[in-house]
Write a protein that binds this ligand. Structure first.
Ligand SMILES: Nc1nc2c(ncn2[C@@H]2O[C@H](COP(=O)(O)OP(=O)(O)OP(=O)(O)O)[C@@H](O)[C@H]2O)c(=O)[nH]1
Length: 355
């Protein structure tokens, strides 16, 4: 186990925040294949992983291929991004309470829109301390190419899955000729210009992005595909029309990609906070934060509020939660100044403790 992983385990059970990774990607793209590599990887690191598997049907066929030692919650007969989305929070909480894992991996159905699942994980943060880390989208290379020629709803879903990713895996490269592989990578890059991308066969890749000691604000080194020597595994950094970042430091030989596309920030408040200061913080959120949600307790009203923020609009609803509910705020957006926002949140905590 790495030292930082061990540090994570030393935190008291009550205080621990469990990292959650989401595996997304269209039907048959290779999510279960990736999941199995990841389970082996964590075993090697002595990290206890638990899994949530979601199937549209009544039977969890993919679960049959997963090591029976791994604690697993099966969510069947519906999709966690819509029909059974409300159940995800409870399932995750139960899995964590019962098995006390170091990390949870969620494999969504191929039909799921990851944006909706990200929202559901946000809701989980109210009940138990979780931190959404990696959203890995496995792209079925040949399928993406074919669907891009036809268009339609499935192609749109595949595009959404690519846009939402914090890590992209272009899989089934063995089924593509070199020209088509370049086209597929360009298609992916037009949708998501910044996220680290790797080209794989059977999802065999460096899994260090899933390390528990990697902070999300750290630079993520580009993943290098073992196949690069053959000349068609390169990450062609083709910037799409949305490319608005500054390119300093990303020229030839730059060792790191110093920005992420989709980011999440989860902050647990140790105590009540000032309502004016919090509202002010929400009002000043950068445009790149498109979603925020949470529960807060205010010092000046002595009440708890559920807040919802979407694209500039904020709503506070007074609530009286039953049972233990965390005070937490989760922010989701694209390439926003995460560290600065975290500092502002910490200042809210400090201003209270100084009173
Ligand atoms: N040729 C080829 N086949 C692959 C590759 N990766 C996975 N497969 C196969 O593709 C099929 C689907 O892989 P899974 O890992 O089950 O895909 P999935 O995304 O979990 O599938 P669903 O749960 O149905 O959405 C299996 O038969 C895999 O062996 C690859 O890189 N090349």
């Amino acid at each position: 186990m790495t030292q930082a992983n061990a540090g994570h385990l030393n935190e008291s059970r009550e205080e621990r925040t469990i990292p959650v990774h989401l595996l997304s990607g269209f039907l048959g793209s290779g999510k279960t294949t990736l999941l199995n590599h990841l389970i082996d990887y964590y075993k090697m690191l002595n990290v206890k992983a638990a899994v949530v598997m979601n199937e549209l049907g009544d039977v969890n066929l993919d679960g049959q291929f997963v090591d029976s030692d791994v604690p697993m919650a099966e969510m069947l007969s519906g999709c966690i991004c819509c029909t059974i989305r409300g159940d995800l929070s409870m399932e995750l909480k139960q899995l964590i309470d019962e098995h006390n894992p170091d990390v949870v991996i969620i494999e969504s159905t191929g039909a799921a829109n990851p944006m909706e699942i990200m929202d559901a994980i946000t809701e989980t943060a109210l009940l138990t301390r979780v931190d959404l880390r990696v959203i890995a989208t496995v792209v079925d290379g040949p399928e993406l190419l074919e669907r891009s020629r036809k268009g339609g709803r499935t192609y749109k879903l595949m595009q959404d899955q690519i846009r939402c990713a914090t890590d992209l895996i272009v899989n089934k490269s063995d089924k593509l000729n070199p020209e088509d592989l370049v086209t597929v990578q360009q298609l992916v890059r037009e949708l998501n210009a910044f996220t680290p991308l790797t080209v794989t066969i059977k999802c065999v890749t460096d899994l260090s992005v899933f390390d528990l000691d990697r902070r999300r604000s750290e630079p993520i080194p580009p993943i290098v595909h073992a196949d690069q020597g053959r000349g068609h595994g390169h990450d062609h950094h083709v910037c799409g029309a949305n490319c608005s970042h500054d390119h300093n430091g990303h020229g030839e030989g730059a060792a790191y990609v110093s920005h992420e596309h989709v980011m999440t920030l989860t902050h647990y408040f140790p105590a009540a906070i000032d309502s004016y200061a919090f509202e002010e913080l929400i009002r000043r959120l950068p445009k790149a934060v498109y979603r925020a949600k949470g529960i807060v307790t205010f010092t000046d009203t002595n009440s708890r509020f559920l807040f919802q923020y979407a694209y500039g609009e904020v709503e506070f609803i007074r609530i009286a939660p039953q049972g233990k509910v965390n005070d937490v705020a989760v922010f989701i957006g694209e390439h926003f100044p995460k560290e600065a926002l975290l500092q502002e949140l910490l200042q809210l905590d400090e201003s209270f403790s100084q009173e």
